[in-house]
Every structure is written in structure tokens, then in C-alpha cells.
Design a protein around this ligand. Structure first.
Ligand SMILES: NC(=O)c1ccc[n+]([C@@H]2O[C@H](COP(=O)([O-])OP(=O)(O)OC[C@H]3O[C@@H](n4cnc5c(N)ncnc54)[C@H](OP(=O)(O)O)[C@@H]3O)[C@@H](O)[C@H]2O)c1
Length: 325
């Protein structure tokens, strides 16, 4: 098969579509002939040499894909050769074929095309595993989604809204703020022109957000704590601005607040399977009802992976960038 190989750590130009050995499915694994793969910031960090794949994962980037099952390993039940599926991967999505544990495979939601389905696994499972399974967002509560126009944020806005939350978000340009409103955000805050803490407190009459999904880490820690409501939950899914900040435990105590953090990729297959099962149950019906749509910035050929990484790095995209075979 062909796969996008990271020839050595570096810029987008180190990505090269090359002939590599076909994957061999282990016990409990299926092989998917990849139709489309979603890009994620983790792929960029892997390309740069900062984020090695977990043990046993393919060396090629790609944390999510859609495609057709072409082979079953030993001890697979419930999946058939020829079925159209999408999957959460530990790596290897930028390829013609990938082997994946059966618990990380999901059916294509009704009404979604095979290509578009590649936009969902990483975003849906990340938000399910953090905002819902850790921070327990519930209907009627207010959530602040940082990076609302990104692949994760554009999904989080829609899911929270579909579930009856009041949704605030941050984004950096007027066009992105408008897209966030179109996706359901009740309040879209320009992080370049506004103080997000003041904006959230103002919008909630001083109460604050019940849940905050953060992608910035250190520089947003104090502002996030100040924007949390009593009994609020901050869930950190990325530390784009730094990992070490100063935490005022007094504020945390007075608000009876909680800070969660998690990454999806590092979780062992059994834990990923639990998140995937919960995602199918909670999120798939909302996609099938049309309450959540795939937000796809552009679809590019697998051979143009380097250019796709350049675009992801520029950060002008809204939603997901996909690569197709
Ligand atoms: N923990 C996990 O399991 C997990 C899983 C998936 C992703 N992630 C992480 O989550 C983050 C978001 O992923 P993604 O796929 O949505 O990436 P993405 O598509 O590149 O989106 C990132 C968004 O962040 C926004 N942003 C940049 N600086 C910001 C700031 N100071 N304040 C608020 N927003 C800001 C950007 O908007 P502007 O262009 O307007 O600045 C952009 O829309 C990434 O860092 C990724 O690594 C974590």
C-alpha cells in the first residue's frame, strides 16, 4: 500500500507518499481500506518529532479515517468485510489501509457521506470523553468552548447546543466568529479584541460558565477560573500556550470547582473503546437527525498531505481538513 511517511522530523515538506508494507490485522483488529482521513494538530506535532505514536501504532500520521472493511483479524465479531465505517486510530490514517482494534470502529452515520464521516471520530470522541464523561455538561448549563472554529470546537458547539446547553465560544477573526454563530453559538467572543472572562461573566449576569473546554493551557488558566461558575468544571484538552501556569487554589475552593485534563490518543484500546461506544450512543443519533453536521474546510488528495499541513499550520481553516485516496 501507499502511506504518507514522515521521512524525518521537520516541516510539511518531510511528508512523502511512499510504498510501505500492508498492515496485518492482529487479534480483534479489522483492516480498513481508507477513503478519507482527518487532519489533527497531533499529526503536526508527530511530524515535528514531538509526539511519537503510542507503542504498537503505525508510524504514519492520522488519528481518524473513514473507509471500507477489507479484512478481519482473528476474534473479530460484529463487523463484516465490505462494511462502510469510520474509526478512531492511534495512528496510520494517512494511508491506503490501516489496521484498527474493532472497538474503535463505528458505522457511518445515516445521511453522512463516506468521505465526510472522516471528520467525526476524533472530534466526537474527544468532546464525548472530556466535556461529557469528565465534566458532565448537562442541558441548561452554560459551556465556554475555546477555539470554536477549529475541528474540535466546531463540533463541540454543535453537540452542546443539540444537547440543550447555552454555548459561548472564542475565535480570532470576524469570519470565524460568524461561522461559530451559524453553528449554534449563543455568544461568540473575539479573543483578539475582547476579554473572554469579562464577556462570559457579562453574558451570564455574573454567574460564569458551568463548563469550559480549554485548548490554551497556561495563559488561559487564571481567566478560565475567573470565568467558571460555582461548581464549575474546567476541562483542558490542549496546552497550546504552555503547560505551566499558576493556580489559585483559593478560587478553586471558593467556587467548589474542578479541573480535568485528558488526551485521547494516549488512552489504551479498551479505554478508547469505552469512549467510542459512548460516542455512538450519545452523538450518532444527533448526527443522524441533522442536529450536527460535518464541518469540512476542504478535501485534498493524500498526495498533497504536505500542502494540507501547511494550511493547517496557517490556521485559516474552519472545521476539518480531510485527505482522500
Ligand atoms: N486532548 C485531546 O484528546 C485532544 C484531541 C484532539 C485535539 N486536541 C487539541 O485540541 C486543540 C484544538 O484542536 P482542533 O483540531 O480543533 O485544532 P484546529 O482545527 O487547528 O483549531 C484550533 C483553533 O484554535 C483557535 N485558537 C488559536 N489561538 C487561540 C486563542 N488564543 N484563544 C482561543 N482560540 C484560539 C484557532 O482559531 P483562530 O484561527 O481564530 O485563532 C483555531 O480555530 C489542538 O491543540 C489539539 O491538539 C486535543
Amino acid at each position: 500500500m501507499r502511506a504518507v511517511v514522515i521521512t524525518h522530523p521537520g516541516g510539511p515538506e518531510v511528508l512523502s507518499l511512499e510504498e510501505v508494507p500492508d498492515p496485518v490485522p492482529g487479534p480483534g483488529e479489522v483492516v480498513i481500506d481508507v477513503a478519507a482521513a482527518g487532519l489533527n494538530q497531533a499529526d503536526v506535532m508527530q511530524r515535528q518529532g514531538f509526539y511519537p505514536p503510542p507503542p504498537g501504532a503505525p508510524p504514519y500520521p492520522g488519528l481518524e479515517c473513514s473507509g471500507r472493511i477489507s479484512e478481519l483479524g482473528p476474534d473479530v465479531s460484529g463487523w463484516q468485510v465490505g462494511e462502510e465505517v469510520c474509526a478512531l486510530l492511534a495512528g496510520g490514517g494517512y494511508a491506503e489501509r490501516v489496521a484498527v482494534p474493532q472497538g474503535q470502529v463505528m458505522p457511518i452515520p445515516d445521511g453522512v457521506s463516506l468521505t465526510d464521516a472522516a471528520a467525526f471520530p476524533e472530534a466526537a470522541c474527544t468532546v464525548q470523553g472530556t466535556v461529557y464523561q469528565q465534566a458532565r455538561l448537562s442541558a441548561g448549563e452554560t459551556i465556554l468552548v475555546h477555539g470554536g472554529a477549529g475541528g474540535i470546537g466546531s463540533f463541540a458547539i454543535q453537540l452542546a447546543k443539540a444537547d440543550g446547553a447555552v454555548v459561548a465560544c472564542t475565535a480570532g477573526t470576524p469570519a470565524k466568529l460568524e461561522r461559530c454563530r451559524q453553528l449554534g453559538a449563543d455568544l461568540a467572543i473575539s479573543y483578539t479584541e475582547q476579554d473572554f472572562t469579562a464577556a462570559v461573566l457579562d453574558y451570564t449576569g455574573g454567574r460564569g460558565a458551568d463548563v469550559i473546554m480549554d485548548i490554551m493551557g497556561a495563559p488561559y488558566l487564571a481567566g478560565n477560573l475567573a470565568a467558571l461558575a460555582t461548581w464549575g468544571r474546567l476541562v483542558v484538552i490542549s496546552t497550546r500556550g504552555g503547560t505551566r501556569g499558576e493556580l489559585d487554589l483559593g478560587v478553586l475552593m471558593m467556587k467548589r470547582a474542578t479541573i480535568f485534563a485528558a488526551t485521547l490518543r494516549a488512552r489504551p484500546p479498551a479505554e478508547k473503546a469505552e469512549v467510542v461506544a459512548a460516542t455512538r450512543k450519545h452523538v450518532w443519533p444527533l448526527i443522524e437527525s441533522g442536529a450536527i453536521v460535518p464541518v469540512i474546510d476542504r478535501v485534498m488528495p493524500m498526495a498533497e498531505a504536505a500542502q494540507a499541513h501547511r494550511l493547517l499550520g496557517e490556521g485559516t481553516h474552519v472545521g476539518k481538513i480531510l485527505l482522500v485516496n
